[in-house]
Design a protein around this ligand. Structure first.
Ligand SMILES: [Ca+2]
Length: 240
């Protein structure tokens, strides 16, 4: 019995501290508003942030990478992909959006980061560590918690009002949120999945989350095709 309680205590401790999700992905296999992951955090206010996500999807229509709402503010922090080939990326702060022109993703895993700094209002977007043209929005604003942060759906209320046309289908991993703006060098390190670089608001290596509906946790697929293609033509890898 004592061993059982010790085991239970250690499990509860691990949950409170978060789970190391290194090498795993959330797989949203079906389009449905019933499937999502809530990322638990303790934000009271943010005067800046960096959010990074790695995604793998066939979806070119609208979906959310990460949707954070507060009770009084929709799209308080939202990294969004919209149905546009030329201007597919949107970063919202305090309900206002900036649109970024960039090459829409191909059928590869890709890394996307957004930053915002209240002092200047400057927003940045990085694709696979490479910056897009900077914009500015919501100078002087402060994102007030509590925040509800969700993967897989775009919220139009505090924790709900999802739209199936904005539901995500595919894989998401390496989600990190910082309460400040990372340098471009650190963004590149996040892209390289440097294990020493972990979000202080949300960390993939210490993730506190709740799964709702049918979201699978799977290992990251290991592929040799990228290396193989450099040396030989491989029919089995051509689809990549
Ligand atoms: Ca919304």
């Amino acid at each position: 019995m004592k061993v059982y309680f010790l085991l239970l205590a250690s499990i509860l401790g691990a949950v409170a501290q978060g789970i190391n999700m290194e090498g795993k992905v959330f797989l949203f296999a079906n389009r449905s508003v019933a499937n999502y992951v809530t990322l638990n955090q303790d934000v009271t206010s943010l005067m800046g942030f960096t959010v990074c996500v790695r995604a793998f999807t066939e979806q070119t229509t609208a979906f959310s990478y990460l949707s954070c709402n507060s009770p009084s503010q929709d799209n308080n922090l939202l990294l969004f992909h919209r149905d546009s080939k030329e201007n597919p990326y949107e970063l919202y702060v305090g309900g206002q959006k900036t649109v970024f022109r960039g090459t829409s993703h191909s059928l590869d895993r890709y890394h996307i980061c957004g930053t915002w700094d209240s002092f200047t209002g400057v927003v940045q977007l990085f694709l696979n560590g490479k910056p897009l043209v900077r914009k500015a929005i919501r100078k002087g604003y402060s994102i007030q918690g509590p925040l509800k942060c969700i993967l897989g759906q775009e919220q139009d209320s505090f924790g709900g009002k999802f739209d199936i046309n904005q539901s995500f289908v595919g894989e998401i991993d390496n989600v990190h949120v910082w309460s400040y703006v990372l340098s471009p060098a650190d963004i590149h390190q996040a892209f390289m999945n440097n294990k020493h670089l972990n979000g202080n608001v949300i960390s993939w290596r210490s993730l506190r989350y709740d799964i709702t509906g049918d979201v699978l946790m799977e290992p990251v697929q290991q592929s040799n095709c990228d290396n193989q293609a450099r040396y030989e033509s491989s029919p089995r890898c051509e689809a990549n």
